[in-house]
Design a protein around this ligand. Sequence first.
Ligand SMILES: *[C@@H]1O[C@H](CO)[C@@H](O)[C@H](O)[C@H]1NC(C)=O
Ligand SMILES: *[C@@H]1O[C@H](CO)[C@@H](O)[C@H](O)[C@H]1NC(C)=O
Length: 461
Amino acid sequence: MLFWVVCMLALAWPLAVVAAAAAAAAAAAAAAAAAEVQQPSTDGLPGHHDMASDALLQWVRNNGGQVHVAVRHVPGRGRGTYAAWDLAPGDILASIPVELVYAANYSLGLGFESAGPTLVLDMTEPTSFWQPYFSSLPKPGQVLSKELIPQPYLPIIQDENTEAAIRLLQDNIEHYCRLLQPAFVKLQLEANVTHCAHGTALLSTRTFSYNSQEVLLPIVDLANHDNACLHTHRVEPCDVAKGNKQREEGLPAPEIPASFASGVVIPAEPQDKEVTAACSNKEKSQQRAGSCRANLNPKQSRGVSGICIVWRAETVVAKGGELCNNYGLLLQDNTVLQYGFLQAGDIALELSMLDRPEHSQKFEEVWDKPKSTWGQPLPHKFTGTAQDVETEVQRLSTRLAALKARDAAVASIETHSDDPGGRILAMLLEWRQQRLRAIELEMQRLAALREEMRLDAIDEL
Ligand SMILES: *[C@@H]1O[C@H](CO)[C@@H](O)[C@H](O)[C@H]1NC(C)=O
Ligand SMILES: *[C@@H]1O[C@H](CO)[C@@H](O)[C@H](O)[C@H]1NC(C)=O
């Protein structure tokens, strides 16, 4: 039933946009509705299509890239990448010309705190080459990472260094956002800190390293993280044939509904009235209708270097199976604070990085990830002499008592206006409960280990 409603919306959309062309506010509403447009998969793959993701696929193909995965929304899982056919190790998942990556711009200063506000400015440029990519990115309010945690929530983390690092990061974003104020004003936009923080959050949650630069990598950045994931991407010639099943076996490219491949994309962050207003002003001044819609079929393809970032399967994946990515081994605080999501499964029962004995107490190392072999599903368990184990039990017990002592105060923290729906608050509180449980479990494990050591010692007498 719902499918029919959204399909009708899809058909009605071009008319709605024409009718609303005069009124910026109405156009914003139509664009917001269009952004929600989805269509069920009809090719046997799970979930739904969405217009922005399919427009991105089309843009990559039009610019010399290959995409052999489908991008779909699956209820309860969100957006992800799925195998369009049965895959074997070495098969190409996507091949992205390096001209299509967006490099973080550090002209204002070092770090994502400076490059984020610049990205926000770039995203408001309706004629940007990257507009089809920008339009596919999560909207403000959809990324819940550290850049966007309201400061009254910080006591939930209850780790002095981490809290101070988040405050400093947010202050820096504000600083760079102010520096860009003249550029924002020129575009008739407000240099809004939340908006700037969203830019930084996009970079810090989605960048890859390429050629000693930090870049946003279309398509590959749509794959969901999995600690056990093995698929890899590396720099290769674009015309590489090995593993190209589409070419070798004549398989059809992943489906894109005809109405989604129409060649028009909505500028990024369509629900932002300011952007739409700036677009319509620009249209007036340039006397050129449609200048706020990025062209999906640029006349000149950018893929001229012949160098691609090629993403390949490392394992067998059946058609319809989800294709994951690996951002390195991540514990629960790594994903909650740095990427804005809680992982499901046994990782929730493991100590968070900031509760581990190997976690650095140096301020500048507060975001370090666990040092472990790439691809290894779980971090090493603490071990040592009987005395080491005893010391570790004491340390954990002190930490547990400190957390419990502040539980009541933390529970009384109220939803902040910068956290509509309280999603960040709920995530932080759930993680805190998982932390308490993980510490208790680790203390039980160490108690058993100590008992084993005691019995072994008796045996040896
Ligand atoms: C980086 O940003 C600066 C200032 O905003 C701009 O002048 C420059 O062209 C940008 N660099 C690139 C490579 O886009
Ligand atoms: C800042 O921008 C965000 C995202 O565009 C918006 O939701 C929020 O209302 C804005 N805040 C202010 C104070 O204008």
